[in-house]
Design a protein around this ligand. Structure first.
Ligand SMILES: Nc1nc2c(ncn2[C@@H]2O[C@H](COP(=O)(O)OP(=O)(O)OP(=O)(O)O)[C@@H](O)[C@H]2O)c(=O)[nH]1
Ligand SMILES: [Mg+2]
Length: 423
């Protein structure tokens, strides 16, 4: 099975909670705060691995989590950092944040990595919070939650060259004779159901990656046949080898074939017609081939076209040389907005907080910033709770609540907790 798109959930590790403890040593009378910091949570990192060719693994692992950081320890000792989780994916994998419709990473090089969900920072131990007014804070900071996202992972093959043409024109046969790939070859349309890649060695030592694709038919760009779902795989090809069955084995007109395929390429969204094409007149062994080729040349007098009989490997070297020559100067086609830049999620705008009235006298407080502060707060101690309310005041929450009509004694809900507003 060829899996080229899958939705998964990723959750990075939570940072370990900081510790609240005090120095207790025999001859040290006023032991100060001494609790260590929590370790950072593990991140979820995607890595391009040349040994992977599909996203099949992800299909069976739809929830990926990384390890939480360890709690801070006594004597200012750090908690252990959580291990990162490395997800190996094929080269050419694009990772998208579904909620924000944002491309997070486009892994196009061997070993390239991108942090898709960052682990939460560990909470600071209580000694960080000592001040002259409060030399013995009894609270510590909690670990931050790890990032939690739903992502769409998509594979777009990274072949230099793509084979296009109607079904049964000999695309797979071509790939099979110029590379070690062993695609299925048969005299019925749509033999090739999933894209196949092969590494082609040109006799002079150059090489490139060639993709054999399912045949295209009229209407492919609208989803007819198998065309559309695979056209996207040639988005990244720099050169197209367009194979035409000059023998007209399926009783179509080769000249018409050429026009239809180009029309499909033009209709498809991604500038496919900007790719240089190398034209191949295949099946030149068939009786009508010569005559068809003559007509083709009349119709397109200025287009170079290579004659081949892929079945017996005739005429192929010239095609390979032509392709390799063009590749030397052809431009790359990587999605503009991504280029090589790995991670983009930092540009997501953070909502500090919002207030929603749930019912009379009850309001919900939510938003990225407020929730983060809340998760880090230790509200189980009085001092910790005080610090939390100070932080809210700093953010302007109190004022905003008043402006919303919140009065003394009203209930404020944050996630599962309820607080009473005291003005
Ligand atoms: N006579 C002749 N037949 C050929 C030649 N090249 C390929 N064929 C035959 O054409 C038929 C289709 O070949 P494939 O390579 O499977 O064609 P394809 O373009 O990959 O077809 P799809 O995968 O269905 O799109 C097979 O029976 C091949 O043996 C050739 O040069 N001459
Ligand atoms: Mg095929």
């Amino acid at each position: 099975m060829f899996i080229d798109r899958v939705k998964i959930k990723v959750r990075a590790g939570k940072g370990g909670d900081g510790m609240a403890s005090f120095r207790r040593e025999k001859y040290v009378p006023l032991g100060g705060p001494f609790g260590g910091d929590g370790g950072n949570g593990g991140s979820i990192i995607f890595e391009a691995d040349p040994n992977k060719s599909t996203l099949l693994d992800l299909r069976f692992n739809r929830h990926i989590t990384a390890e939480d950081g360890g709690k801070g320890l006594n004597k200012k000792m750090h908690g252990a950092a959580g291990n990162d989780f490395i997800v190996k994916v094929p080269i050419g994998t694009i990772i998208k944040d579904i909620k924000h419709d944002l491309i997070l990473a486009d892994l196009i090089e061997v070993g390239q990595q991108a942090i898709i969900a960052s682990g939460g920072r560990g909470g600071r131990g209580n000694w960080h919070f000592a001040t002259s007014r409060n030399p013995a804070p009894d609270f510590a900071e909690k670990g931050e939650l790890g990032e939690d996202k739903e992502v769409e992972v998509e594979l777009k093959l990274l072949a230099d060259v793509g084979l296009v043409g109607f079904p049964s024109v000999g695309k797979s046969t071509f790939l099979s004779v110029v590379s070690k790939a062993k695609p299925e070859i048969a005299a019925y349309p749509f033999t090739t159901l999933i894209p196949q890649l092969g590494v082609v060695q040109v006799p002079d030592g150059r090489s490139f990656v060639l993709a054999d694709l399912p045949g295209l038919i009229a209407g492919a760009h609208q989803g007819k046949g198998l065309g559309h779902q695979f056209l996207k795989h040639i988005e990244r090809c720099r050169v197209l080898v367009h194979i035409i069955d000059m023998g007209a084995e399926d009783h179509r007109d080769p000249i018409e074939d050429f026009r239809v395929i180009n029309e499909e390429l033009a209709e498809y969204e991604y500038r496919l017609t900007e790719r240089p094409q190398v034209l191949v007149a295949n099946k030149m062994d068939l009786p009508e081939a010569k005559e068809n080729l003559a007509r083709f040349k009349e119709a397109y007098p200025n287009l170079p076209i290579y004659e081949t009989i892929t079945l017996i490997r005739e005429g192929l070297d010239q095609v390979l040389y032509a392709v390799a020559d063009i590749l030397e100067t052809a431009s790359t086609f990587i999605q503009d907005e991504v280029q090589n830049e790995a991670v983009h999620y930092k540009f997501i705008e953070e909502i500090p907080f919002e207030i929603r009235r749930i019912k009379d006298n009850t309001y919900e407080l939510f938003g990225d910033r407020i929730q983060r502060i809340f998760h880090r707060a230790d509200i189980t101690t009085e001092q910790g709770a005080h610090r939390f309310s100070r932080q809210l005041r700093h953010l302007g929450v109190d004022q905003a609540l008043r402006a919303k009509g919140v009065k003394n004694g009203d209930i404020i809900v944050i996630e599962d907790y309820q607080f009473i507003f005291m003005d």
